[in-house]
Design a protein around this ligand. Structure first.
Ligand code: SAH
Length: 346
């Protein structure tokens, strides 16, 4: 039986150099191949034209390049693009390109399905199948960068880990992907243009702080009252708000980086002044920004967007307490590409 070939992109640069030395070649060959794999995002060994035919064949015999494939691309009337991405084992994830006048943001997935169980999120209805590998995350970014150049005539400018999955439950692979995205041999993007969004895994937030990462952190809070938060995000029972807050304080003390909170206001759930006041108490320990995002219905009757008076009340209370607030409209709703709508529907 033929043994399964290894994914060459699972190798670090040093491992690739060692591999060439073990084949009686020069370590430098490893650098060349690495540049093809990451800098040029090569799909095949064929393309590696500065490598001899024999060496390319030898690589072919030993390895595969498990590239993602954009199976389907949908364009929204507002310019948003959603990619359905097929992985080497035929599982599908989604990523989204969000254009504005000045930016192109890629919203990428970190897991197939999601480990968490937020009641208002379509992705939560999919079972978590597996974590994405660093190269599968990287490829989503490259695909969106290419689309941005093609359709908007400019490179990708920002990345948010707000697609499918909980990035901090695939911590090592997400960090490895960001390492590739930011390294000069990869895309050379500034980490300040990358935001990792989490539902709040305290231990991992502390670990990230200790690693002194340079990207930004966003927390999907939605309520600063334990009872309410647990009712809509049941894992809050395991990671209660006091632990989350302590981890965020630690994060801020280490990074001095402003924290963004994502927050949906639902009628009858968290639309009262006491909810806004609890939010102020929760986040005022550090410079914070609250993004109030519009609720995107996911086809059940449990949740309804709060009315504009409730949003004004939040804005007023937060601003009075020196907290920056933005109220954002969703993009890409007509193609199910908006926050919380990614569920491999088409
Ligand atoms: N698991 C991570 C990454 C997903 S980000 C996290 O929770 O942060 C997706 C964002 O969309 C989160 O802020 C999530 O709370 C929000 N969201 C989920 N379902 C939504 C919906 N139906 N409408 C609006 N926002 C939603």
């Amino acid at each position: 039986m033929q043994t399964k070939k290894k994914d060459i992109r699972a190798l670090t640069k040093d491992q690739l150099r060692d591999f060439f030395v073990s084949q009686g070649d020069k370590a430098f060959r490893g650098n060349q191949v690495y540049e093809w794999l990451w800098g040029k995002a090569a799909y095949s060994f064929e393309e590696m034209t500065n490598i001899s035919k024999e060496t390319r064949q030898m690589l072919e015999d030993n390895f595969v390049i498990n590239h993602i494939k954009v199976d389907q691309m949908q364009r929204s009337s507002d310019g948003t693009i959603k990619n359905a991405v097929r992985l080497h084992d035929d599982l599908i994830v989604e990523s989204v390109l969000i254009p504005t006048d000045t930016r192109t943001t890629a919203c990428v997935s970190s897991q197939v399905g999601c480990s968490l169980d937020c009641k208002f999120c379509a992705t939560a209805k999919l079972k978590r199948m597996r974590n994405l590998n660093p190269d599968e995350i990287y490829d989503q970014v490259v695909a969106i960068d290419n689309e941005s150049r093609l359709y908007f005539d400019r490179p990708l400018s920002n990345i948010v880990f707000m697609g499918m999955g909980e990035p901090l439950m695939n911590y090592n692979n997400v960090l490895a992907a960001i390492e590739k995205i930011t390294s000069p041999e990869g895309l050379g993007m500034s980490p300040r243009r990358i935001t990792v969004s989490t539902s709040g895994v305290p231990k991992m937030i502390k670990k990230m702080a200790d690693t002194e990462v340079k990207f930004k952190l966003a927390v999907s809070l939605h309520s600063a009252i334990d009872e309410v938060r647990t009712s809509i995000m049941p894992f809050n029972a395991t990671f209660p708000l006091a632990d989350l807050r302590e981890a965020l304080q630690y994060w801020y003390s280490k990074t001095k980086s402003r924290i963004t909170y994502e927050y949906v206001v639902w009628r009858g759930v968290n639309d009262k002044p006491k909810d806004a006041e609890a939010l102020v108490q929760f986040c005022k320990f550090a410079p914070s920004k609250v993004n109030i995002i519009e609720y995107n219905p996911i086809g059940d009757e449990m949740f309804h967007q709060a009315d504009s008076a409730a949003l004004d009340m939040y804005r007023e209370i937060l601003e009075r307490n020196g907290i920056t607030v933005t109220v954002r409209r969703s993009r890409g709703k007509d193609i199910d590409a908006a926050c919380g709508q990614l569920a491999n529907k088409s």
